[in-house]
Design a protein around this ligand. Structure first.
Ligand SMILES: [Zn+2]
Length: 242
């Protein structure tokens, strides 16, 4: 079993690195409505880039821009996929679910980080996928997943209502409610609460840091969904799927 672990980790990391590049490409093109398979171009100046630029981030020859976010995302995806296979090697379906879920969570986090938006076209298919995979795992997993999704949605609807009451404007976007529903479906009723708390705690620490070291007006732009999604990645690696 140990040999299998050692052999599978570099493969998982390499697959994660490649898929991280595709996630960055999707995150750049989906909000702008560009075709996903169009000619590769520099995100800064639009100069044509090499056909493999999505896989190997390189400095743009025209404007010297280096796609740092792409490299960060590729390393994050490589690390989480290797961690998922290391953690759940004895349960391949769990390893597969965690791998797939974390890749979609990185996509949602990446888009929210730049655009402060959570796209339903990323959340709803992932929610369906999480439900189908829970059904494949076991009837119990499906029940945990459905209950987790319902409870997380209810919790965020309450937050949403409280935000409206206290601040007279929504403190949360409706996208955050869909994201909570997705995180509930991925982690199940037993684990969605500590998972959401992880993301909320990370967002609170980031908000305090911004307050202390930068202008407080930046608080308005805190990408809350990115923190929730990163918290969910951590929760999945710690506790596994529903
Ligand atoms: Zn350029």
């Amino acid at each position: 079993m140990f040999d299998l672990t050692v052999a599978s980790l570099p493969i998982a990391a390499a697959v994660g690195f490649a898929l991280g590049g595709l996630i960055e490409l999707t995150a750049l093109r989906l909000p702008s409505g560009e075709p996903l398979l169009g000619q590769p171009a520099c995100p800064a100046c639009g100069a044509p880039a090499s056909h493999w630029s999505w896989l190997f981030p390189r400095r743009c020859a025209a404007c010297r821009f280096f796609p740092r976010s792409q490299l960060v995302l590729q390393l994050l995806a490589a690390g989480t996929l290797a961690a998922a296979w290391f953690r759940f090697l004895s349960a391949p379906l769990d390893a597969f679910r965690v791998s797939l879920f974390t890749l979609f969570l990185w996509l949602i986090a990446r888009i929210d980080w730049t655009h402060h938006l959570i796209y339903l076209v990323t959340v709803v298919p992932t929610l369906l996928l999480a439900t189908i995979l829970a059904l494949l795992a076991s009837p119990r997993a499906l029940l945990l997943s459905l209950a987790g999704s319902a409870a997380a949605t209810l919790l965020f609807l309450i937050f949403y209502g409280l935000g409206r009451l206290l601040y007279r404007r929504p403190a949360l976007g409706s996208g955050d409610i869909f994201l909570a529903a997705l995180i509930g479906a991925m982690l199940g009723i037993n684990r969605f609460l500590p998972t959401l708390l992880l993301g909320m705690a990370a967002a609170a620490i980031a908000a305090l840091w911004l307050l202390a070291y930068r202008s407080a007006s930046r608080l308005t732009y805190l990408p809350y969904g990115s923190f929730l999604a990163a918290g969910a990645v951590t929760g999945l690696l710690l506790w596994g799927p529903a």
